[in-house]
Ligand binder design. Structure first.
Ligand code: F6P
Length: 534
């Protein structure tokens, strides 16, 4: 297998000076290096991947066991080795009649039962039949963090055109500013609070949940009746005082960052309704089938993963930017940061030995066109190369504002073109000459206006951002992360790297309150404690 890695590095050295633009001398370049599924087009023709490199990348995926690992994941095997668990978020969106076994038991009856309990609850709440102390529920506050926040918050914002339920708010940070500002605008008598936590121990969520309960208790006689829990830890939810009929559980084979498809998606279901939520699940399930069945050179998650491996592990680019030209996907970069970096930000392989190559990249981004007026300067002229992943819809949701959408699309395409094509010194000098500049000043000014180009990007284009399309896009990224993780030989489904900070924060609480001395804390931490202690 290391022979294929070596081969890819050698291929990269061979093509390092090649202009991506020159690949379009072949009129079939776009068709040969793009793939379609349903209403989605993945264009990776603006990368330096050619047919031989793609073949080697596919051989790498085979040699590292991607097909077998994929079968093991869909088959419910305990592929999350460090936690001894299956990885079955795909079951949450599988058709009701699917049969998916964990330890010999079909999990689908439980999944389907929870799905219909959620749908019933959402329908009752949306219809006004669920009576809060003040009558019809006007507002829902989802309290959760990480995967218990980012998925539903991202998807709820993305699907705003489908909102016809109560207003949904999301509180995640333990910073009291967020819950203060959120609750300040709400009426406790018409608000329902959803406590979303797989473990029901996460300190941020439990602190916010207690604050929300105190807030509600000031005017509501039975605040527990307006609380809902989404959790794998059903006893802890009960101990918090939430009645079992408002506790929606899920199994430990659903990872936090993969959990929007089940109970953690309840706030989204309340916002858009069970039917549209079902379309979101169906979209994801269709991407699951595509990922399972399509040949690698037509398989969107595999191709996106191979482009990721090429740019990060072979070319050595340390970050990648996600740039949705779709304002309603403004939270997608944050969602993908958790999905990708919590999954593949690891330093050892499955066997515990050090990785011999870089882990997954730093993922960052912001919606276009805003980013163009902020950090795109570095993307075009900085000394680091940042592979960009653009996203754009053919159609917006505002027919009266079609001219806005036309500008949005033009800007998206202009950016990937500019990144690839750039502007040479000769072209820049011609521009200066046209402005009447001459001599050394013209050269200096021209050099500032050179764009080196040859900067790779992929574009994910889709017809329109619907619940189904969003489900497909999110599942596409989930599987992309999985494929990259398998190729790197790491466990994409644990997150031990978040533990140490949690432990130290717990220990620092009494130090900050003055109950305990700073003791053997390092000088910086002790100095900061002294400054911040009140
Ligand atoms: O849903 P929980 O158990 O509150 O966890 C929230 C988040 O915290 C993490 O465990 C990281 O600390 C994430 O993986 C998870 O999504």
């Amino acid at each position: 297998m290391s022979a294929i890695w070596d081969q890819l590095h050698a291929m990269q050295a061979d093509v390092a000076q090649r202009r991506i633009r020159s690949l379009f001398d072949d009129p079939a370049r776009f068709d040969g290096f793009s793939a379609r599924f349903d209403g989605i087009l993945l264009d990776y023709s603006k990368t330096n991947i050619d047919a031989a490199i793609r073949a080697a990348l596919i051989a790498l995926a085979d040699a590292t066991g991607v097909p077998a690992a994929r079968a093991a994941m869909f088959g419910g095997e305990p592929i999350n080795r460090t936690e001894g668990r299956a990885v079955l978020h795909t079951a949450l969106r599988a058709p009701a009649d699917a049969e998916i076994a964990v330890d010999g038991r079909n999990v689908m009856p439980d999944v389907v039962a929870t799905r219909s309990r959620m749908a019933h609850f959402a329908t009752v709440l949306r219809s006004g039949a669920f009576k809060a102390q003040g009558g019809r529920v006007t507002d829902v506050v989802n309290i959760g963090i990480g995967g218990s926040d980012l998925g539903p918050a991202m998807a709820t914002a993305a699907l705003a055109p489908w909102h016809d339920g109560p207003r949904c708010h999301f509180v995640s940070n333990v910073d009291g500013a967020q819950i203060h500002d959120t609750l300040a605008g709400l009426d406790p008598e018409t608000t329902v609070v959803i406590v979303a936590s797989k473990t029901f121990t996460t300190v941020e969520t439990m602190t916010n949940a207690a604050t929300a309960r105190d807030w509600m208790a000031q005017t509501v006689a039975d605040p527990g009746a307006q609380f809902v829990a989404l959790s794998s830890a059903q006893e802890r939810a009960a101990a918090f005082g939430i009645a079992p009929e408002r506790v929606f559980g899920f199994a430990d084979w659903v990872g936090g960052r993969y959990s929007v498809w089940g109970p953690i998606g309840l706030s989204l279901m309340i916002a858009i309704g069970p039917d549209e939520f079902a379309a979101f699940l169906d979209g994801a399930a269709s991407m699951d089938a595509h990922f399972r069945d399509a040949p690698p050179d037509e398989n969107l998650p595999v191709l996106l993963a191979l482009a990721g491996i090429w740019h990060r592990q072979i070319c050595g680019y340390p970050t990648r930017a996600v740039l949705p030209y779709d304002q309603r996907l403004a939270l997608l970069p944050a969602y993908l940061q958790q999905l990708e970096m919590e999954s593949n930000g690891k330093r050892v392989g499955m066997d515990g030995a050090d990785l011999t190559r870089p882990s997954g990249p730093v993922v960052w981004g912001a919606p276009g066109t805003n980013g163009q007026h902020a950090f795109f300067q570095l993307l075009h002229q900085g000394t680091d190369i940042v592979p960009c992943e653009f996203m754009v819809a053919a159609e917006g949701h505002e027919p009266d504002l079609a001219h806005h959408h036309a500008l949005l699309v033009a800007n998206c395409l202009a950016q990937s073109e500019a990144l690839m094509t750039g502007r040479s010194l000769e072209e820049a000098r011609a521009l200066m000459a046209a402005r009447g500049l001459e001599g050394a000043e013209a050269v200096m000014q021209a050099r500032h206006r050179v764009f080196p180009g040859n900067r790779p990007s992929v574009t994910l284009a889709y017809d329109r951002l619907t619940p189904r399309r969003l489900g497909q896009i999110v599942a596409l990224y989930e599987h992309r992360v999985f494929v990259e993780g398998v190729i790197l030989g790491l466990n994409s489904f644990d997150q031990w790297g978040v533990e140490l900070g949690k432990e130290l924060a717990t220990a620092l609480g009494p130090v900050l309150s003055g109950e305990e001395p700073a003791g053997d804390k390092d000088g910086s931490t002790a100095g900061l404690v002294a400054f911040l202690r009140r």
